[in-house]
Design a protein around this ligand. Sequence first.
Ligand code: LLP
Length: 471
Amino acid sequence: MVSTHPTGVQHSGSQYLPPSRSTEANASPNQELLPLTARVHHHDFLQIGGCDVTTLVKQFGSPLYILDEETLRLACQQYRDAFKQYYKGESQVLYASKAWNCLAICAIAASEALGIDVASGGELYTALQAGVNPEKIYLHSNNKSREELLFATESGCTIVVDNWHELKTLIEIAEKGVPLTASLSPRIMLRLTPGIECHTHEYIRTGQIDSKFGFDPNELKELFTFVSKQSILNCVGLHAHIGSQIFERQPHRDLAALMVDWLRDALKCGLNLTELNVGGGLGIKYIESDDPPSIEEWVKAICEAIQEACTSENLPLPKLLCEPGRSLIATACVTAYTIGSSKVIPEIRTYVAIDGGMSDNPRPITYQSVYRAVVANKMSFASTETVTIAGKHCESGDILIHNALLPKTEPGDILVVMGTGAYNYSMASNYNRLPRSAAVLVANGEANLILQRETYQDLIRQDRLPERLKI
Ligand code: LLP
């Protein structure tokens, strides 16, 4: 077994191996490092979803995102089942598609009876194109354009209004009457800043008072009174989100209780609301020392807090929504890279370079995020080398993993980085004009392409060369 220091540095031993399990074992995907279908076969080779990883790379190219359908579906089911078990009222789990928004993933989430949280017109368009019922789509963002608000209103999705500017723009849109649907009244929720701090990277904290998101909690009375008078708006509930990659349950319990207070205050201002959306935020295990609660434990904590608060306030249970992203999709995906050059700097460091980096996974350079990796064609080899996994971008900071403990590698070996389903493809760029990688969905030994690899032609598709510059 690999042992891990709390700093995330690995110490001696073999490579990380997938735990042996029967397919029925009910692990919580966010507490695992590898997708649940990961196995070692033919002694040395990593298999996911019944597909050999090295064969997938030969077939679909490198780098390659490999998404395990079973792990994703199990995470969806665990959220859904936990709400059924612990909440006495109505509930709806939304997939926060900012984690990874594409047609296939929206379709899988919808087929598991999840709704979709979208954060822009582009994400909304994708969800609609995937066939998601607009009644189960919720649009976020702190600065939705008039066009986005119009698009959302016409589509019939729910708009999570973030500020006064959006509120007033929506009223204008509604008063003018949206073409084709004259009597349409936008279905909205109000996003409030909860003022709850949690322990996570400052860039992914959102709940503190000094946040760009949501209405200031000091103006709730004015807000609720104003909205209660807008008969043209169909305001159904309240929303808040405290941050992402959170391991503590208490901030989520506190949020739940606070939101019930807001519900009571809204009622007092004449605004009769029936829905609460507590956001997302449950963390995942990126390295061995990470210890997030399970999906079930997280849902249970929230349901209990809402139910207790409603009982003590003597309020009926609201429809309860949540919108996890990372904990649904991160562990379901790995990224496979091909190892190329290496550089040994005696007594300092050995760099091993892969054929991707900050363009396909910007999280290490943005948040100093830590990842684990294995060599997919050397699964039974002992880990004997501590190396720095470098990306191929022209930037010294393009380091994917510091101090990775791996078997001795050679050019052509396949490095698999775990936990890359969330905020990797969705934050990918074309830095240095690297084409975006392909993604395949694997299940029962079958692999389907869900995102095609970009080509050099794709890279210049939006370029225009003015006549006078032509050589
Ligand atoms: N709801 C709202 C309103 C959000 O802003 C977010 C994430 C979520 C739900 C989903 O949170 P999750 O369950 O995934 O933690 N790019 C950063 C994460 C940014 C999170 C943005 N909002 C990262 O790579 O860590």
